[in-house]
Design a binder for this molecule. Structure first.
Ligand SMILES: Nc1ncnc2c1ncn2[C@@H]1O[C@H](COP(=O)(O)OP(=O)(O)O)[C@@H](O)[C@H]1O
Ligand SMILES: [Mg+2]
Length: 375
């Protein structure tokens, strides 16, 4: 049994800097939890406290039934994979894989069996006699993952393990690590996994749930789908999704009993549901948030709810275009399927076009608290 629990976990570095602010997090046994956030938000600090590589300043870390605050790393039932692989340069792949097991005084036959099993899972069999310097980055990282697997830990910890790899390898390693997790689960030996990354694609594709951090605070813990469609605050809304959600200051203006977004000199009425959710905030300063795929663009005004802007820039993504509209003092991004975008683009840039939002997908954030007041 190895659920992982942070209870008011804190880190204050020796220079007095508080990196982690009393965070609470419960990771279920066998869950794949991704911790994501921008550089410096304390992902590594948090993971290192879980691993026992950094002292805990306040609160507690539990693994399974045990409070592990004062246990050494090797007593915690964890295995960690780092960004820089951290392989022993003078040992072969086989020796690297076996090293941790030898230290634990495991019988040789069992070590061989576990090394061979890991080598098979990660397709390292051909590489077992090579030294780390004879490996590509992707191969070295597979060995690093293998070294974690052979320990058969209760909890796998990953700290940006793919950051040193090129985009293509990253994508294939992502799938490999996800598959490995599923495989262990299926075989009845689920490994709780805590995976740290700054890359939202990794977070969205790998996590059962994702914990979004900002400056040592947890902003939201949720499924990928909920983070995307129901972000609790402006930070999560802006961090998850590429291209980014359009988040712009606006006012909720009353138009004959129905609230509307004020956009430049124009307005766009809210849907009934959205109106009902935010009606208490009439005439307040708020931000609206709309993802680029929920913005429609047209040469002609829409039947209702149109606003207008200037088409200033387009980017061809192949299957779709990103269209950039200048609206009042800001720009909006729209993601438009190619078939729809091409006829508009052929008419040229720097002209008036019309846009509207899918109001069922529009978020409203309180300007002061930055909380999503529309869900
Ligand atoms: N040994 C240290 N002493 C003081 N501050 C540190 C130390 N290590 C990290 N920090 C600070 O703690 C914050 C979190 O760092 P880190 O956990 O490495 O972030 P992340 O992994 O999310 O990029 C940063 O502001 C960083 O500068
Ligand atoms: Mg880090």
């Amino acid at each position: 049994m190895a659920e992982v629990i942070f209870n008011k976990l804190e880190k204050v570095y020796s220079n007095g800097f508080k990196a982690v602010h009393a965070i609470d997090l419960k990771i279920a046994e066998g869950e794949f939890m991704v911790i994501v956030g921008p550089s410096g938000c304390a992902k590594s600090t948090t993971l290192r406290m879980l691993a026992g590589l950094e002292t805990i300043s306040g609160g507690e870390v539990r693994i399974g039934e045990k409070i592990v605050n004062n246990l050494a790393p090797k007593e915690r039932g964890i295995a960690m994979v780092f960004q820089n692989y951290a392989l022993y340069p003078h040992m072969t792949v086989r020796e690297n894989l076996a090293f941790g097991l030898k230290l634990s005084k495991m019988p040789k036959a069992q070590i061989d069996a576990q090394v061979n099993e890991a080598a098979k899972i990660l397709e390292l069999e051909e590489l077992l006699d090579r030294l780390p310097r004879q490996l590509s980055g992707g191969q070295a990282q597979r060995v690093a993952v293998g070294r974690a697997i052979v320990k058969k830990p209760d909890v796998f910890l990953f700290d940006e393990p793919l950051s040193n790899l090129d985009a293509k390898l990253r994508a294939s390693m992502r799938i490999r690590i996800s598959d490995l997790h599923k495989q262990l689960k299926k075989s009845g030996k689920p490994a709780t996994t805590v995976y740290v990354t700054h890359d939202q694609t990794e977070a969205m594709t790998m996590g059962d749930r994702i914990c979004v951090m900002k400056l040592g605070h947890i902003m939201q813990v949720d499924t990928p789908d909920n983070l995307y469609h129901k972000p609790k605050n402006m930070f999560v809304a802006g961090f998850i999704g590429a291209p980014e959600m359009n988040i712009r200051a606006t006012k909720l203006v009353d138009q004959a009993g129905r609230l509307a977004l004020s956009i430049g000199n124009e307005t766009m009425p809210l849907s009934e549901t959205l109106h009902n959710n935010v009606v208490d905030h009439a005439s307040q300063d708020v931000f609206y948030g709309i993802r680029p795929e929920f913005v429609s663009v047209s040469d002609e005004p829409f039947a209702e709810g149109s606003c207008s802007g200037e088409l200033v820039r387009v980017e061809n993504m192949g299957h779709e275009f990103f269209m950039y509209l200048k609206v009042a003092e800001y720009e909006l991004t729209a993601r438009i399927p190619s078939d729809e975008a091409k006829p508009m683009i052929e008419k040229g840039l720097h002209r008036k076009v019309y846009f509207k939002f899918d109001m069922n997908k529009c978020h409203i954030f309180d300007a002061k608290t930055e909380l999503n007041i529309s869900i």
